[in-house]
Design a protein around this ligand. Structure first.
Ligand code: AMP
Length: 433
């Protein structure tokens, strides 16, 4: 995915590309379209996720689209307010507003405590559309009559959890009481404790939720995530994730050899260096694939369960289940490829409507539900009905299914024999050295 698909104005795209950003981060991909629609949003995102651009870009666009920009000094007419817990964050956010808004005729300033109030007052009197402020100093200005909120269209609370930790809740409540109804509200927080939820309930109307850092209750070092997606769009989603995050050294599991070959070819077409590794490959081919993977010239290894069992690959950062295994225990083997030796790993599973029963079986074995995240633009189409998975383990047909879908996960015609001795064991450690 690129920034062009998010519906942003050319002026903003230009500023973004000047920053050298090529693809939106997950919080940007998810939050930007929602904010552009004018919806309230609760965003779970920490510093470093690209959250600032995620709310700044659509905020600028909404201000540019609606209402009068700054032909007159428009004294006191603040149209967007960003509250932050600290002076440093206020300065950073306003810097981003300037950077991304450089081709739009919108003015901004920042106000925070601990410095002389007069230059801030002068800046406010000249007129700004966007104000980035810490709560205490904002109240001071309000009480001095330096600003009013009658035209406010957008309110953003950045790092709301920190604001509450720092004891700003009373100021925030006072400020909220001064704001006009009918505005758009965005709440950004890295954590969602009781107080934040309370604030969210009183502040947000029918909010959308975006959470790019879902907290996993498991103590395991493997972060597991189910990504619901249509069977025909799995390959597209996988390429998107590998490029966008970006992901290096990914071990991808398919159920069949044919599926592994097919997927690997398609990833190559998407410009992702990849290799299939399974029992039909010769030993020298397998060793070469592993060495290239270790050296980084191959990013993705696509493997079947049996082939992967023969590989002693340690400490992989990412395992992706392109298809869920028929045998729930295989899921545990697969994800055990990551999160070893004290390093964190993640296991993503692309799950389509056909695989709900397989997912249930895995969750039953794990004795917990796995967290699910729908990736924007890959929302499953609810009209697509479940179909039987054609070939299962050991080449047994599980029922007819018309026509394979390229990249769809079930286009296989043959399944690898399930003998753990079908391959020689090959040792390597891609992260090593
Ligand atoms: P933030 O989480 O907003 O503090 O942003 C963290 C860092 O990521 C900042 O230095 C941004 O300049 C940078 N950044 C934001 N969006 C992107 C993007 N789409 N691609 C690359 N870097 C980005």
């Amino acid at each position: 995915m690129s920034f062009d698909t998010l519906g942003l104005l050319p002026e903003l795209l230009r500023a973004v590309s000047e920053q050298g950003y090529e693809v939106p981060t997950p919080v940007q991909a998810q939050a930007i379209p929602i904010i552009l629609q004018g919806r309230d949003l609760m965003a779970g995102a920490q510093t470093g996720t690209g959250k600032t651009a995620a709310f700044t870009l659509p905020m600028l666009q909404r201000l540019a689209h609606h209402g009068n920009t700054s032909s007159s000094p428009a004294r006191h007419a603040i149209r967007a307010l960003v509250l932050t817990p600290t002076r440093e964050l206020a300065m950073q956010v306003e810097e981003s507003v300037r950077t991304y808004g450089k081709y739009l005729p919108l003015r901004s300033t920042t106000i925070f405590g601990g410095v002389n109030i007069n230059p801030q007052t002068a800046a406010l009197r000249k007129g700004v559309e966007i104000l980035v402020a810490t709560p205490g100093r904002l109240m001071d200005h309000y009480q001095q009559g330096n600003l009013h909120f009658g035209n406010l269209e957008i309110l953003i609370l950045d790092e709301a959890d920190r604001m509450l930790d720092m004891g700003f809740i009373r100021d925030i409540k006072k400020i909220l009481a001064l704001l006009p109804p009918g505005r758009q509200n965005i709440l950004c927080s890295a954590t969602f404790g009781g107080e934040i939820r309370e604030l969210a309930t009183s502040l947000l109307h029918n909010p959308a939720n975006v959470d790019v850092a879902p907290r996993n209750t498991a103590t395991s070092l493997v972060k597991q995530m189910i990504l619901p997606v249509d069977r025909g769009r799995k390959r597209e989603l996988l390429s998107y994730l590998i490029k966008m995050r970006p992901m290096e050294q990914v071990l991808v599991f398919t159920r069949t050899k044919h599926g592994a070959n097919h997927l690997s070819d398609q990833l190559e077409k998407d410009g992702i260096k990849s290799m299939a590794i399974h029992g039909n490959k010769s030993q020298p081919q397998r060793i070469k694939a592993l060495e290239d993977f270790k050296a980084g010239s191959i990013k993705v290894l696509v493997a079947t369960d049996i082939a992967a069992r023969g590989l002693d690959i340690d400490q992989l950062p990412h395992v992706v289940n392109f298809e869920l295994p028929h045998v729930p225990e295989d899921y545990i083997h697969r994800i055990g490829r990551t999160g070893r030796a004290g390093t964190e790993g993640e296991a993503l599973s692309l799950v389509c409507v056909d695989e709900q029963k397989l997912l249930k079986d895995i969750e039953k074995l794990l004795k917990k539900d796995l967290p699910k995240q729908v990736i924007p633009n890959f929302e499953p189409d609810p009209s697509i009905k479940a179909e039987p998975i054609v070939m299962g383990r050991g080449g047994q047909s599980r029922g007819p299914r018309p026509g394979g879908r390229p990249g769809g996960g079930h286009s296989s015609t043959r399944t690898e024999r399930s003998s753990p001795h079908s391959q020689p064991r090959t040792r390597t450690s891609p992260r090593g050295k």
